[in-house]
Design a protein around this ligand. Structure first.
Ligand code: PMP
Ligand code: GLN
Length: 385
């Protein structure tokens, strides 16, 4: 249908997310989809049984605005046991429609027109559009290729009186890098004495490898006092389609967050929250995740031995970066399209995460897949490359 109005697009530069584009291309051409980050295996049936049970028991009406008390309690207990900070169940935790909504709502609650928000490039795709939607200015610090560590002197130089927020993400999508305890100290030094809010995207908190520890901002008392920390059950329990996550932080920050949240989604799917509260009772489930995905990463790399890619370090998340510039001159988007169409394996071109489109001839593979899926991808790559 023809639109009756002339639209002056608010976001003329924004197209469809690269994850949607690559998953659609994979489906169209029958490629093994190692692009968008989601598991191709099932969660445990006991989680689905719990969901069904809660629906049949009649828990199908609005949950409280902040989330079901049982789930908030389970979250607070988990955070306390892992990171040593006990948030208040009533005032300091909110259940959200995935991490995406938590991030968007937090940005909307704190960033005003003209405020600056520092993000680290390569940057997860939802941060900048959220900042710009509310009139903020995105300021880019850089995680530098190939180790993707923050340069805190650069960050310090980017802080101005207009800086309202810094967004950090560890374990980091797409690079698989981790913030260290030293990084958190440097960040704390930079924000000390300011009113800068830190928004910490920790959706891969349970997926860290090789004996490393996740350095949650919840575990750093000075930073925790000015931070909102976000996580996602989609990543932790293999249910990205449920779109349930949470945010924790000091009550004054959470009160502001909820002012927006209540008019944004108001509340989140009730029976799923109860099922998750039951499922969280067994801490072994999230504790097992690091070993589970470390084994997948190692299996993926073993299967891929013999392909010409050069693999970059992957210290957490379920993404593995690879360089290909030594065997193809194609820019990364063209390379990813060629790989999907001609080789039958879909990946994400890393320039999609670079605000300036910088292309280091790197692509991202998602290894949250069954071994047979990874083996089929490896087979196709070895046959063609
Ligand atoms: N942050 C990062 C770094 C992510 O990788 C993702 C998604 N995979 C999200 C946020 C969004 O999580 P959710 O699906 O729970 O909205
Ligand atoms: N976070 C997922 C990824 O990085 C994708 C989520 C989405 O499609 N928006 O692949």
């Amino acid at each position: 249908m023809e639109s009756a109005v002339r639209i002056d697009s608010r976001f003329p530069q924004v197209g469809t997310t690269i994850f949607t584009v690559m998953s659609a291309l994979a489906a169209e051409v029958g490629a093994v989809n190692l692009s968008q980050g989601f598991p191709d295996f099932q969660a445990e049936p006991v989680l689905f049984d719990a969901l069904h049970r809660h629906m049949l028991a009649g828990h199908n009406q609005y949950a409280p605005m902040a989330g079901m008390p049982a789930l908030r309690q389970a979250i607070v207990d988990k955070v306390a046991s892992l990171y040593g900070t006990r948030f208040d169940v009533e005032r300091e935790v909110t259940v959200t429609a995935g991490a995406t909504q938590a991030l968007f709502t937090a940005i909307a609650a704190f960033v005003r027109p003209g405020d600056e928000v520092i993000v680290f490039n390569p940057v997860y795709d939802s941060y900048a559009p959220a900042i710009e939607t509310v009139g903020g200015t995105v300021v880019h610090a850089h995680l530098r290729f190939p180790d993707y560590a923050p340069d805190w002197s650069e960050v310090a130089a980017l802080v101005t009186p207009r800086t309202r927020m810094i967004v950090v993400n560890s374990p980091h999508n797409p690079t698989g890098s981790l913030l260290s305890a030293v990084d958190l100290e440097k960040l704390a030094e930079i924000v000390r004495g300011t009113d800068i809010v830190v928004l910490s995207d920790e959706v891969y908190e349970h997926i860290v490898f090789d004996g490393a520890q996740h350095e949650s901002l919840c575990a750093h008392p000075e930073l925790a006092a000015r931070s909102l920390v976000v996580s996602s059950f989609g990543k932790t329990y293999h249910i990205t389609g449920w779109k349930i996550g949470y945010i924790v932080g000091p009550q004054a920050l959470m009160a502001e967050f909820r002012k927006v949240h209540q008019f944004n989604v108001f509340t989140v799917h009730a029976p799923s929250q109860l099922a998750l509260a039951d499922y969280m009772q067994d801490a072994a489930r999230h504790a097992a995740l690091a070993g589970f995905y470390e084994q997948k990463r190692d299996c993926f790399l073993d299967l891929m031995a013999g392909t010409p890619f050069e693999w970059l370090p992957c210290r957490g998340t379920y993404f593995q970066l690879a360089r290909y510039g030594h065997f193809s001159d194609l820019p990364d988007r063209a390379f990813a399209e060629w790989l999907a169409r001609e080789v039958g394996v879909a990946v994400i071109p890393l320039s999609a995460f670079n605000h300036d489109g910088r292309d280091e001839r790197v692509v991202r593979f998602c290894f949250a897949k069954r071994e047979e899926t990874l083996a089929e991808a490896a087979h196709r790559l070895k046959r063609a490359l």
